[in-house]
Design a protein around this ligand. Structure first.
Ligand SMILES: Cc1cc2nc3c(=O)[nH]c(=O)nc-3n(C[C@H](O)[C@H](O)[C@H](O)COP(=O)(O)OP(=O)(O)OC[C@H]3O[C@@H](n4cnc5c(N)ncnc54)[C@H](O)[C@@H]3O)c2cc1C
Length: 414
C-alpha cells in the first residue's frame, strides 16, 4: 500500500501545532532544571504509586491514548492495517522529542504493554489477533502484562510449571506466576505455559490471557521500597480459547525470547536524566546540603560516579546513532542494561556514603530520607529483564564466543 508521507519537517510542525492546541507547554521552554529544595521531595528508581491511585488514573491514561490515536500519533511507526500511521521510526522519535515540551499524561504505565507485548504480537500474532489486539493496546483499552516468571522459573524459564491442557476448542491453564509488574492494571497478559512434558524448550506455548477471566487472581506483593508495583498471579483452570494462542504449539520459547529482547532494550534505554535522579545538579545539592563539598573522599567518589553516568549516556547515544543509520543492534544493548544496574548501585552507595544516618531516619529534611527508595530499589534493576549474571553469560557466549557452561546450558538468558 502506498501512503502519503509528509516531509519530516512538515510532520513535526503540524504535530507541534496539534500538541500546542491541546496541552500546556512545560515551563522554561521544556527544560526542567533541578533546584535544590524546590518541587516534590521524591527520588525513585521505579515509579511506584499506590496501586489504588494507579487504577484511579486509568481513565485519564485512556483518554490520553485515545486522543493520540484520533490525531494519528498513537502508533506513528506502526503498520496502517493495524492502526498505525505507517511512518518511519524517525517520525516517532521526532514526536517523542516534541512531547517533552508539553504537560501530558505520558505512557509510563504502558511500558510493558507497548514496549514488549505489542511488538511480540505484531511478530507472532495471527492476522486476526493483530487486527483485534494492537489497536486496542495502542488506544489503552487493552493494557498488557508479562506472565513469565514463576517461583521456580525466573532465569530458568524452561522450568515453568504452569500447565495448559487441551479442552475442546481451547485450553485450561493452571499454575502460579510471580513478580508480574502491573498485573493489577492489566486487561490481558502474555503467558508462557507448559503444553507437553518433554523435550525442554519445545514444550512451551504462549497465550494471550484475559486477566478478567474466571480463575485469574491477582495479589499484590509489597516491596522493600514500600511500593507494590508487582504481583503474584494465580491461574485456576482458566479457559483460553485456541484463537488466543500466540504462535505455534511448542513455540513459546522463541516467543518469550523475543519479548525479553524488547524488555532488555527498553530497560537499557531507560533515562533518568533531566531533573530525575541522575541529575548532576541534584548530587551537588545533596553534597552541599551535608556540607561535604570540600571532603576529598566525597569529591573523588562524585567524580567517579559522574564519569560512569556520562559513559552510560554516551553508550546510549552510540545505540541511538546505530538505530538511526538502520544498523542492527549490537552488544551494547546488553552492556547498557548491565551499565544501568551498576550505575543504580553506584548511586545508592554514593548517596548512602554522603548521607550517613540522615539517609535512614526521616527527620523531615528535604532531599535526604527520600533517597532510601533509590538505595532499596536499585537491586531490582539487577534482576528485572534478566539478571546481571545471566546477561554477562550471554555476552560471554554470544559476543565474546566463550564456551557455554554445559551444566547451565538449559538456563535461558532472561
Ligand atoms: C522490578 C522487577 C520487575 C519484574 N517484572 C516482571 C514481570 O512483569 N513479569 C515477569 O514474568 N517477571 C518479572 N520480573 C522477574 C524477573 O524477570 C526475575 O526476577 C528474573 O528473571 C530472575 O529470576 P528469579 O528472581 O527467579 O532468580 P533466579 O533465576 O532464581 O536467580 C537467582 C540468582 O542466581 C543467579 N543465576 C541463576 N541462573 C544462573 C546462571 N545460569 N548463571 C549465573 N547465575 C545464575 C541469578 O543471576 C540470580 O542472581 C521482575 C523482576 C523485577 C526485579
Amino acid at each position: 500500500m502506498t501512503i502519503d508521507r509528509p516531509d519530516l519537517a512538515d510532520f513535526t510542525r503540524v504535530a507541534d501545532q496539534w500538541l500546542a492546541a491541546r496541552f500546556d507547554r512545560v515551563a522554561q521552554d521544556g527544560r526542567r532544571r533541578f533546584e535544590w529544595g524546590v518541587g516534590p521531595d521524591e527520588v525513585r528508581v521505579f515509579q511506584e504509586p499506590d496501586p489504588a491511585v494507579e487504577v484511579d488514573a486509568l481513565p485519564a491514561l485512556r483518554r490520553w491514548r485515545r486522543e493520540l490515536c484520533a490525531g494519528g500519533y498513537g502508533w506513528i511507526d506502526g503498520p496502517l492495517e493495524y492502526g498505525g500511521a505507517g511512518l518511519p521510526a524517525a517520525y516517532r522519535r521526532a514526536f517523542e522529542s516534541l512531547l517533552r515540551n508539553y504537560v501530558v499524561v505520558g505512557d509510563g504505565a504502558l511500558t510493558i504493554s507497548l514496549g514488549m507485548i505489542a511488538p511480540t504480537i505484531l511478530r507472532f500474532g495471527t492476522e486476526e489477533q493483530r487486527r483485534e489486539l494492537l489497536p486496542a493496546m495502542y488506544s489503552g483499552d487493552a493494557i498488557a502484562c508479562q506472565l513469565f516468571s514463576e517461583p521456580g522459573a525466573g532465569s530458568d524459564l524452561a522450568a515453568i510449571g504452569t500447565r495448559a491442557v487441551r479442552d475442546g476448542d481451547g485450553w485450561r491453564i493452571t499454575g502460579q506466576k510471580v513478580w508480574t509488574s502491573g498485573a493489577h492494571l492489566a486487561d490481558i497478559g502474555e503467558l508462557i505455559a507448559r503444553t507437553a512434558v518433554e523435550p525442554r524448550h519445545k514444550n512451551l506455548t504462549a497465550f494471550i490471557v484475559d486477566m478478567h477471566a474466571p480463575g485469574v487472581e491477582v495479589r499484590p506483593l509489597r516491596q522493600m521500597t514500600g511500593g507494590a508495583a508487582f504481583n503474584e498471579v494465580f491461574l485456576d483452570n482458566v479457559f483460553v480459547s485456541d484463537d488466543r494462542r500466540l504462535g505455534e504449539v511448542g513455540a513459546g520459547w522463541q516467543i518469550a525470547l523475543t519479548t525479553l529482547a524488547h524488555e532488555r532494550n527498553a530497560m537499557g534505554n531507560s533515562s533518568f536524566g533531566g531533573a530525575g535522579i541522575l541529575s548532576t545538579e541534584r548530587f551537588i545539592g545533596l553534597i552541599r546540603s551535608q556540607d561535604l563539598q570540600d571532603d576529598p573522599a566525597v569529591r573523588r567518589d562524585f567524580g567517579e560516579l559522574v564519569s560512569h553516568l556520562r559513559m552510560a549516556r554516551w553508550t546510549n547515544e552510540v545505540m541511538a546513532a546505530r538505530a538511526r543509520s538502520g544498523a542492527a543492534p549490537g552488544p551494547e544493548i546488553a552492556l547498557n542494561k548491565i551499565g544501568l544496574s551498576d550505575n543504580m548501585r553506584r548511586v545508592g552507595d554514593f548517596v548512602g556514603g554522603v548521607l550517613g544516618p540522615a539517609g535512614v531516619a526521616d527527620a523531615g529534611e528535604w532531599g535526604t530520607f527520600a533517597w532510601t527508595s533509590v538505595a532499596l530499589g536499585a537491586p531490582g534493576y539487577r534482576l528485572g529483564g534478566g539478571t546481571d549474571e545471566i546477561i554477562r553469560n550471554t555476552v560471554a557466549q554470544r559476543v565474546l564466543g566463550l564456551p557455554r557452561d554445559d551444566e547451565r546450558a538449559g538456563k535461558v538468558a532472561r
